[in-house]
Design a protein around this ligand. Structure first.
Ligand code: NAD
Ligand code: TYD
Length: 356
């Protein structure tokens, strides 16, 4: 028993946050307070299945608003915070780093201060049980070459994009609050997630939607860049394990053991679309793959060693990339309303992150 009955989740209307909340409310059965500013990346409809649950409540607030955070903490008295709210897209961090610095760095600082104020006022039992879980990315470790060993928790930080640098800064702040004030923190650094409800600026949903629209698939550079892919539901399970059973002050890498070149991911999507949504003229979707100008400073390869998480906490991914990608393509075909609303109002699928 973790003793955790109420969790404050930041960024719960986003891709991973909504999967975490569906897991916490639907599978684990704990109370969740979702604090989200509802930026362009938020989709409250991703939470439709928990919306009516008495375990779930939503607070529209920005993590940069210290007073709002203090008020929510005092009213709801969570046993833990899972901090996912962030600006999350590398290409947008190239087009405009401001929001990344502000939300990811200042926002995390503001949340840490609000959490410290609340935690220091708790009684001894509640104080020792409290946890601040910071959810971060493997991109803080920088870029690997082919054959380099995968990132471990000991790999030195070497972020290269504005997004990665802002997340690295937030990781450092979280560790500093632990070292300086003993705030009971735990961190996790995860590889690329995919699955349902992912905003269509990211590679996998963008390619599925381009394919369904009969448009070209824009592959950056030569398509040789490598990412490790993890299904979002496996990530959500890992996060609950880390929150409840991870050691205070430690960080845990989370990965899918599915390293793939971008071109192989896109080819896989084309083949699934050929099966599920064949083009009217009978041509394969593969014929519409286009190699386009590379992303500036494009990290070549990410690879994660998550032996610590597997050995200490017994977690391992359940979904293979093959079955997960098949389920994901099917989800986007069956849930057109979800992404059409985004295309019509917030993002029409244009190229981002080209340095002007
Ligand atoms: P997302 O962009 O889909 O969602 C982010 C959410 O945070 C949105 O609901 C948005 O409204 C909210 N938000 C943004 N700024 C806010 C602010 N100032 N105050 C309150 N809420 C705010 O992001 P995601 O892909 O779900 O990523 C969630 C977290 O996981 C991020 O911290 C990200 O760095 C980390 N992460 C993501 C991946 C990935 O592959 N997507 C991998 C590893 C780690
Ligand atoms: P992305 O989903 O943006 O995640 P990240 O940059 O955080 O890894 O991109 C994944 C990979 O796909 C990355 O190497 C960039 C590449 N990519 C394309 O080739 N074309 C695209 O249109 C997008 C959005 C990404």
């Amino acid at each position: 028993m973790s003793g955790i009955g109420t969790v404050l989740v930041t960024g719960g209307a986003g891709f991973i946050g909504s999967a975490v909340i569906r897991h916490l409310v639907g599978d684990v059965g704990v109370r969740v307070i979702n604090v989200d500013a509802l930026t362009y990346a938020a989709s409250p409809s991703s939470l439709a299945e928990v919306d009516a649950s008495p375990l779930y409540s939503f607070k529209h607030a920005d993590i940069r608003n210290r007073e709002a955070l203090a008020d929510i903490l005092e009213r709801h008295r969570p046993d833990a915070i899972m901090h996912l709210a962030a600006e999350s897209h590398v290409d947008r961090s190239i087009d405009g780093p401001d929001d990344f610095i502000s939300t990811n760095i200042t926002g995390t600082y503001t949340l840490l201060e609000a959490a410290r104020g609340y935690w220091s006022g708790l009684g001894a039992g509640d104080r020792s049980r409290f946890r601040f879980h910071h959810i971060s990315t493997d991109e803080v470790f920088g870029s690997l070459a082919t054959g380099d060993p995968a990132f471990t928790e000991e790999t030195p930080y070497a972020p290269r994009s504005p997004y990665a640098a802002s997340k690295a800064a937030s990781d450092h702040l979280v560790r500093a609050w632990h070292e300086t004030w003993d705030l009971p923190v735990v961190l996790s650094n995860c590889s690329n997630n995919y699955g349902p409800n992912q905003f269509p600026e990211k590679l996998i949903p963008l390619m599925i939607i381009k394919g369904l629209a009969g448009e070209p698939f824009p592959v950056y550079g030569s398509g040789e860049n490598v990412r490790d892919w993890l299904h979002v539901e496996d990530h959500a399970r890992a996060l609950w394990q880390i929150l409840t059973r991870g050691r205070t002050g430690e960080s845990y890498n989370v990965g899918g053991g599915s390293e793939l070149r971008n071109i192989d991911v896109v080819t896989g999507i084309c083949r699934l679309l050929d099966e599920f949504a064949p083009a009217a003229d009978g041509a394969s979707h593969l014929e519409r793959i286009e190699f386009v100008t590379d992303r500036p400073g494009h990290d070549f390869r990410y690879a994660i060693d998550c032996a610590k998480l597997e050995n200490e906490l017994g977690w391992s991914p359940r979904e293979s990339f093959e079955s997960g990608l098949r389920r994901t393509v099917a989800w986007y075909i069956e849930n057109r309303d979800w992404w059409q609303a985004i295309l019509e109002t917030r993002y029409a699928g244009g190229r981002l992150g080209t340095r002007g």
